[in-house]
Design a protein around this ligand. Structure first.
Ligand SMILES: *Cc1c(COP(=O)(O)O)cnc(C)c1O
Length: 467
C-alpha cells in the first residue's frame, strides 16, 4: 500500500463511507440499465459490449480516452421525444453534443435543432439540417452570426437584448432579409434537479424580465418592426430538472404574458417555447421521468393555463439536450495508476487515475456533478471498494467520479467506463495541459464509425504560430 497525503478540501471532507445516496452494490459487475445506453451488456467472459462490439476492440481501434455513442439508442431517445410530444415541436439542444452526423440523425429522426453560435449553426447545416427547422440562441450573438443565420433563413432567432434587435433590424434593412423571432423572457423560475425557486430570481444574463415590463417592451418592438415576424416567447428555466412544478409556474407566467400581449395589441402570438432541462440518470440516485410522462404533464399544464387566460393553445416547442444525448454515450478510459491514500480517521481512499480527466469532462469540477463508473474490460470476483476516479491533469480538483464502488482488484490496464457522458462532456472539452481532445465514435449493429477523430499534437501545434 502506498501512503500519501493529499492536501486541500478533498482531505477535509473525506469520508471513506461515501455519500448516503450511494449503495454498496451486491454485484460489482452489474450494470444498472438506468445509467447505460440500451445495447450495453456484459457478455460471456465479463467484457462489456456496445451494440455488439466489445469495448476492448473499440479501445484497440481508436485508443482511450474515447467517447462511445450507441447510435440506435440516440435515435430512439430522439424518436421517443418526437412521439411523446406529437403536435409539439422538439428542438434538440445541439450545445449538449453536436457533430455533422448527430445533425443528420436529428434530421432523419424528424426533430428540430437549436444552436447557440455560428459554429454550431455551421455544423448543423453541414449535417443537412433544413435551416427552417433551426433555432438560434445566445445572449450576445455577433453581427456575423446573425448575418449567417438570416442569410441561410433559419426558422427562428431567439432575441435576448435590445441591442440584438437593433442589429437584426439593421441587417435586414441592409440586405432585404426578414427575421422570424421569439423573445426570450425570464419568468422568475429557476429549477435544478428536485428544487425550483419561483420568486423574482432574475439576476442573470439571459432574457427580458416579465415582472418589470421589459419583456413586453421587447415584444412590442419586434411585433411592430418592419423587418421582423414575432412568433412568440421563449422561456428556459434550468437544467437537470426532475419534476414539472417549475414548468407549471413558467407556463402560467408566459401564458399570462401572451394574454396581456393579445389584450394590448389584438394579436394572439402563435408560438411558445418552454425550453429544455429534462433530467437524466447520472447515478442510481437520479430518477428521471420518461418523455411520455413529461409530455402528459406538460400538456395538462398548458391546457389548464390556456383555459384560465382564455387564449388558444399556441404551437408549443421544447428543447431537450441532455435527455437525448446524455444517456447514449459512455466515456472509455484506461486505468493508469491505483493509489491508496490515508485520510482522516485512519481510513483509506482509493484513487484510480485514468488517461483523461477534466479536459474531456469538466462537469464534476464545474458543477460538482456526480457520475458513476464500472470496469468494463472484464468481470471481477473481488469485493466492491469505494474509489475516487481522477484524471491526469495537474489539478487536485481533477475528479471524474467522486465516489463509486469498483472491484478491489482494479489495476492498471483495466478499461473503465463512465456512463451518461454524452452531454456537455466532449462538447465542453478543452486542451488543458495540452491534452488532445478524445475521439467520438458511434457503434451501430456491431459497426464502428468515427464521428470526431482524436486530436493530434500536430493539430495543436498548427495553432501555435509564434516563434
Ligand atoms: C442548455 C439549454 C437547453 C438544453 O438543456 P438540457 O439540460 O441539455 O436539456 C435548452 N434550451 C436552452 C435555451 C438552453 O440554454
Amino acid at each position: 500500500m502506498t501512503h500519501t497525503h493529499v492536501a486541500g478540501s478533498i482531505h477535509a471532507d473525506a469520508t471513506a463511507a461515501g455519500p448516503q445516496w450511494l449503495n454498496r452494490p451486491t454485484d460489482v459487475n452489474e450494470l444498472d440499465p438506468a445509467l447505460w445506453s440500451a445495447s450495453v451488456e456484459r457478455v460471456d467472459g465479463g467484457e462489456v459490449s456496445v451494440a455488439g462490439l466489445g469495448v476492448k476492440e473499440i479501445a484497440e481501434e481508436v485508443g482511450t480516452p474515447a467517447y462511445v455513442v450507441d447510435e440506435a439508442d440516440f435515435r430512439a431517445r430522439a424518436a421517443a421525444f418526437r412521439e411523446a410530444f406529437a403536435g409539439w415541436q422538439v428542438y434538440y439542444a445541439g450545445k449538449s453534443f453536436l457533430t455533422r452526423s448527430v445533425a443528420r440523425w436529428i434530421r432523419e429522426e424528424d426533430l428540430y435543432l437549436d444552436v447557440c453560435s455560428g459554429g454550431e449553426l455551421t455544423v448543423a447545416l453541414a449535417g443537412g439540417m433544413d435551416p427552417a427547422r433551426i433555432g438560434l440562441h445566445g445572449n450576445n450573438k455577433s453581427v456575423d452570426e446573425l448575418a449567417l443565420a438570416l442569410s441561410k433563413g433559419v426558422g427562428r432567432i431567439i432575441v435576448d437584448s435590445l441591442d440584438e434587435i437593433d442589429r437584426i433590424e439593421q441587417l435586414c434593412a441592409a440586405n432585404g432579409w426578414r427575421a422570424r423571432v421569439m423573445v426570450r423572457v425570464t419568468t422568475g423560475v429557476e429549477a435544478h434537479t428536485h428544487e425550483y425557486i419561483a420568486t423574482a430570481h432574475e439576476d442573470q444574463k439571459f432574457g427580458f424580465s416579465i415582472t418589470n415590463g421589459q419583456a413586453m417592451v421587447a415584444m412590442v418592438r419586434c411585433h411592430y418592426s418592419e423587418h421582423m415576424d414575432l412568433l412568440g416567447i421563449h422561456s428556459h428555466i434550468g437544467s437537470q430538472i426532475f419534476d414539472t412544478h417549475g414548468f407549471e409556474v413558467a407556463a402560467r407566467r408566459t401564458m399570462k404574458l401572451l394574454a396581456q400581449f393579445a389584450a394590448a395589441t389584438g394579436t394572439e402570438l402563435p408560438e411558445l417555447d418552454l425550453g429544455g432541462g429534462f433530467g437524466i440518470a447520472y447515478t442510481h440516485a437520479d430518477t428521471p421521468a420518461t418523455p411520455d410522462a413529461l409530455a402528459t404533464s406538460l400538456r395538462e399544464i398548458v391546457e389548464h393555463e390556456a383555459r384560465g387566460y382564455n387564449i388558444a393553445i399556441p404551437q408549443i416547442s421544447i428543447e431537450p439536450g441532455r435527455a437525448i444525448s446524455g444517456p447514449t454515450t459512455m466515456a472509455l478510459y484506461t486505468v493508469g495508476t491505483v493509489k491508496v491514500v490515508d485520510i482522516d480517521g485512519g481510513q483509506n481512499r482509493v484513487y484510480v487515475s485514468v488517461d483523461g480527466g477534466m479536459s474531456d469532462n469538466i462537469r464534476p469540477a464545474l458543477y460538482a456533478a456526480e457520475y458513476s463508473a464500472a470496469v468494463v474490460s472484464r468481470a471481477s470476483r473481488a469485493e466492491p471498494v469505494l474509489c475516487r476516479v481522477v484524471g491526469k491533469h495537474c489539478e487536485g480538483g481533477d475528479i471524474l467520479v467522486r465516489d463509486v464502488f469498483l472491484p478491489a482488484d482494479i489495476a492498471p490496464g483495466d478499461l473503465l467506463a463512465v456512463p451518461a457522458s454524452g452531454a456537455y462532456s466532449r462538447a465542453m472539452a478543452s486542451n488543458y495541459n495540452m491534452l488532445t481532445k478524445p475521439p467520438v465514435v458511434a457503434v451501430r449493429d456491431g459497426e464502428l464509425t468515427t464521428l470526431l477523430r482524436r486530436e493530434s499534437l500536430e493539430d495543436l501545434m498548427s495553432l501555435d504560430v509564434g516563434n
